[in-house]
Design a protein around this ligand. Structure first.
Ligand code: AMP
Ligand code: MG
Length: 408
């Protein structure tokens, strides 16, 4: 039985990024660039005014003072988007708006606040430094500047920069489409009224949301009854997706058909069961080129498996360079007592908070794998290594910070 680290390595070994495609910027937010992108242009494309004011030759105003203001003849008005038809010669200026091209001959802009306006003229009452209040062509971005690294998630600012240099479509790895199946005769819809012995299907919502939260597209399937023929037909349909995620029916109960059915359909088993608590019976198969994650039905175990194993795998399929949540060390308030000699890694749901320089974590409450309410407040998982059966109050534990973006 693989350890959690071994299981994740076995999964990631089989996963390759989806082939890249060029997508318009409007569809690229949050996706990973499939190659490094450099600018083919300079920004700004031309030298322009950084202020509303007058484009002048600084030398003309060298002697300006409140007692002897310098008067310049105004050649015309330049709005952003307009072009000057004459150069600024000695003794002249253009009235200019922010973003308008600096006319030839001018080297500076006097802010409008520092001037007096007349009919066809302006006056300045103090000198100004040559080159002030202008934005030089290419001072922001030079052609050839590296903008985005391969595997980097595109953020709003990245998209703005790409737009500014005319890259209207970007090479990215597309979103993974994930078929999400829940199984069990006992399940009814969240909107339904459970009959005797029935419960509501929590997983379809929690897991589709987890899939969406990592940038992939969940494709929820109709709930599958514990019936071999029904399962086979749904699995065949689910193979259309890029990946399959199933919950329930993966253990050793009399109605747990998932494992057998996947293998009857020709899926190659990579592993079944991981040495961890909660939720040992995680299975991973390759059905042709489609990865299949068989996840236990217990809602907490199910979500934990998606967090720890499926999310990194989906991120790799989407080409992200960073697959893993930030790690941190925290003191565990109240400590923890497990089972002596347990050869499994234990994941505890905790609330982590900063106290001065240190992180403190406390358990969310009872840790049973069916205690779904333990997910309400958790913002991290504490990972207790196999063989540890006790953490003293305040003792150090490793955290996976599950609400922060991947950093390695
Ligand atoms: P299973 O893995 O199918 O043996 O299910 C284990 C436990 O999780 C059982 O108590 C199921 O009723 C429960 N369970 C399975 N699937 C779901 C689901 N989609 N939503 C809520 N509970 C579930
Ligand atoms: Mg079941």
């Amino acid at each position: 039985m693989p350890t959690p680290a071994e299981a994740l390595a076995l999964i990631l070994d089989r996963i390759t990024p989806l082939p890249p495609r060029r997508l318009p910027l409007a569809e690229a937010l949050g996706l990973a660039a499939s190659e490094a992108i450099a600018s083919g242009e300079q920004v700004p494309p031309f030298t322009n005014s950084a202020m509303d004011g007058y484009a002048v030759r600084a030398a003309d105003l060298a002697e300006a003072s409140p007692e002897s203001p310098v008067r310049l003849r105004v050649l015309g008005d330049l709005a952003a988007g307009a072009m000057p038809d004459r150069a600024v010669a000695a003794g002249t200026a253009w009235r200019i708006m922010t973003g308008a091209p600096l006319p030839e001959g001018a080297d500076s802009v006097v802010p409008v606040e520092d001037t007096i306006r007349g009919e066809g003229w302006m006056e300045a009452r103090k000198p100004l430094r040559s080159g002030i209040h202008i934005r030089l062509a290419g001072e922001d971005i030079q052609a050839g500047l590296a903008l985005v690294a391969a595997g980097q998630a595109l953020r709003p600012g990245d998209l703005g920069v790409l737009a500014a240099v005319g890259l209207a479509a970007v090479p990215v790895h597309p979103r993974v489409r994930v078929a999400v199946l829940t199984t069990g005769d006992e399940l009814v819809d969240a909107s339904g009224q459970p009959g005797p012995g029935q419960i509501r299907d929590a997983n379809i919502h929690a897991i589709c949301a987890q899939v969406a939260a990592c940038g992939a597209v969940p494709v929820p399937f109709a709930r599958v009854p514990d019936d071999r023929a029904a399962l086979a037909s749904v699995l065949r349909e689910a193979m259309q997706a890029d990946a399959i995620l199933t919950t329930g029916g993966i253990s050793v109960g009399d109605y747990d058909f998932m494992k057998g059915m996947l293998e009857e359909l020709g899926a190659e088993r990579i592993f079944w069961k991981v040495a961890q608590k909660p939720g040992g019976p995680l299975g991973f198969w390759m059905l042709g080129s489609t990865p299949v994650f068989g996840i236990p039905g217990n809602p907490v175990a199910a979500m934990l498996m998606v967090e720890e194993y499926v999310r990194p795998a989906l991120r790799r399929m989407m080409g992200f360079a960073k697959l893993h949540r930030p790690l941190a060390e925290a003191g565990l308030e109240g400590g923890w007592t497990g089972k002596a000699g347990d050869p499994r890694t234990t994941f505890l749901r905790v609330v982590a908070r900063r106290e001065g320089e240190r992180l403190q974590a406390r358990l969310t409450g009872p840790q049973g794998s069916a205690i779904l309410s333990s997910m309400l407040h958790a913002n991290a998982l504490a990972v207790i290594p196999a063989g540890t059966d006790r953490v003293e109050p305040g003792g150090k534990v490793q955290l996976h910070l599950t609400e922060l973006a991947e950093d390695h």
